[in-house]
Write a protein that binds this ligand. Structure first.
Ligand SMILES: Cc1cc2nc3c(=O)[nH]c(=O)nc-3n(C[C@H](O)[C@H](O)[C@H](O)COP(=O)(O)OP(=O)(O)OC[C@H]3O[C@@H](n4cnc5c(N)ncnc54)[C@H](O)[C@@H]3O)c2cc1C
Length: 414
């Protein structure tokens, strides 16, 4: 195989996996990001290799809840008046993609990637001697009553249709699994096959170290533009210099829209922002696995450095200032849900899920340039799909079939 000069832009978990796969296949690879690997959105997620998260963010009738999303601080999806004009094209497509006729296709396309997410990570970790970061403890959702549980019926049906292994737990079974949860929870929904990454940062760092060991180079620079030759981009221009390239992989997360357009791909990507608070651990471990408090909409994840409370979605422009009010309400509810969770909050964090209107990632070639590959827009499951996306990008670099139909993720679908 001919060795190519590949420039991967963006060292989040997705770009780092793409860079690692490319260097493993013998290419000369540069990974460019002004930030250290894994310190963007990939730093702060809930750590789940969420193989059952195949339900799109936009669902039938969600558009009717737009006023609630703006004014109700308890709405699971939030947005603000001030950002609506700028977000209008994205939001229109977002609500349209929630048509009942689209949901089954979107779920199937997410499932096609998610079902190989665990082996993609475990193989990559094994090949590079990475251990002690992922635990096979699954993912739990808990509900106070049948009415609250019933709200997730459609999502559960989609998982069943996709063959995701799930178990509904009664009160006693729930107690056995997580004895420290509040007694008000009566029903549980368990996905035993999800992995749990106890430090998402360490995982990306470990993939980046493996990349460097194999001869890859990391450049702390910001990409500003490209020199476009007869065969597409021939140079990547940064704030500090230029990098010659045969191929470019764009993996810049929520900020991909502008660079993708420079590269001939008019995509729609927005920030679906999410927050976390880290509560310092004290004493015995209170929880074994990431647990969704179903009627609140937050996750409590027992990370290596503390209990991480994460929020749902805030649809906003990437650079709008953070608003920690919802997070603080969630922290109070998480303390009620898990009595004993009384440590101090030592970090409040905001991240930008790279979200497309149809909840599907963008993976494939630029419609204009054959030597540009796009890998972003993984929304709520970027950690989950990162290793699999890296494999697909590696196959596309080498001109091989990736073993999955890429048409649902094509960059020209917008
Ligand atoms: C609260 C929360 C909980 C989540 N929980 C989960 C979960 O449990 N499981 C799961 O699978 N996913 C989860 N996610 C989603 C997941 O974190 C993201 O989908 C994933 O991190 C996206 O990775 P990325 O590499 O595309 O983006 P990022 O990590 O944001 O990386 C993009 C990189 O591109 C760089 N970049 C941008 N512009 C330029 C430029 N011009 N030049 C060079 N570099 C540039 C940035 O500096 C950044 O480092 C969660 C997200 C949030 C916010």
């Amino acid at each position: 195989m001919e060795q190519k000069k590949i420039v991967v832009i963006g060292a989040g978990v997705v770009g780092t996996c793409c860079a690692l796969e490319a260097v493993m296949r013998g290419h000369k690879v540069s990974l460019i990001d002004p930030r250290a690997p894994g310190t963007g959105t990939s730093f702060g997620n809930a750590g789940s290799i969420a193989i059952g998260s195949i339900w799109p963010s936009s669902t039938p009738g969600l558009w009717k809840q737009l006023p609630k999303m703006i004014i109700d601080p308890k709405s699971p999806v939030q947005t603000r008046w001030s950002t609506l004009p700028q977000m209008a094209p994205w939001l229109a497509r977002f609500f349209l993609s929630g048509r009942p006729s689209r949901i089954a296709d979107i779920s199937a396309a997410l499932a096609a990637l998610a079902q190989t997410a665990m082996p993609a990570h475990t193989d990559l970790m094994k090949q590079h001697g990475i251990g002690g970061i992922m635990e096979p403890v699954g993912w739990l959702k808990v509900y106070p009553n049948a009415a609250s549980f019933q709200k997730s019926a459609a999502e559960r049906a989609a998982m069943e249709a996709a063959g995701v292994n799930t178990e509904t737990l009664d009160e006693d079974e729930l107690r056995q699994l997580e004895p420290n949860l509040h007694r008000r929870f009566k029903i549980g929904f368990f996905q035993p096959d999800n992995g749990f990454v106890t430090s998402p940062l360490k995982l990306t760092e470990a993939y980046a170290e493996a990349f460097c060991r194999l001869g890859g180079a990391i450049f702390p620079e910001e990409v500003r533009d490209f020199t476009i030759g007869a065969d597409g981009p021939s140079q990547v221009i940064t704030d500090l210099g230029m990098h010659d390239c045969d191929m470019v992989v764009l993996a810049t997360g929520a900020k991909s829209q502008q660079l993708a357009r420079c590269l001939g791909a008019p995509v729609l990507v927005q920030a679906e922002r999410g927050y976390h608070a880290n509560i310092i651990r004290s004493g015995e471990s209170l929880l074994r696995r990431p647990t969704v408090i179903g009627d609140v909409g937050c996750v409590i994840a027992p990370m290596a450095d503390g209990y991480r409370i994460t929020t749902g979605s805030e649809l906003s422009t990437p650079d709008a200032p953070p608003d920690f009010r919802l997070l603080r309400r969630h922290v109070a509810r998480a303390r009620e849900a898990l009595p004993g969770l009384d440590g101090e909050v030592n970090r409040e964090w905001m991240g930008r899920r790279p979200a497309t209107p149809d909840s599907l990632p963008v993976i494939g070639r630029s419609p204009r340039h054959q030597n540009v590959l796009l890998a972003f827009g993984h929304g709520h499951i970027g950690l989950t799909l990162s290793a699999r996306t890296g494999q697909i990008i590696g196959d596309l670099i080498d001109g091989n079939s990736p073993g999955v139909d890429l048409s649902p993720y094509r960059p020209n679908r917008f």
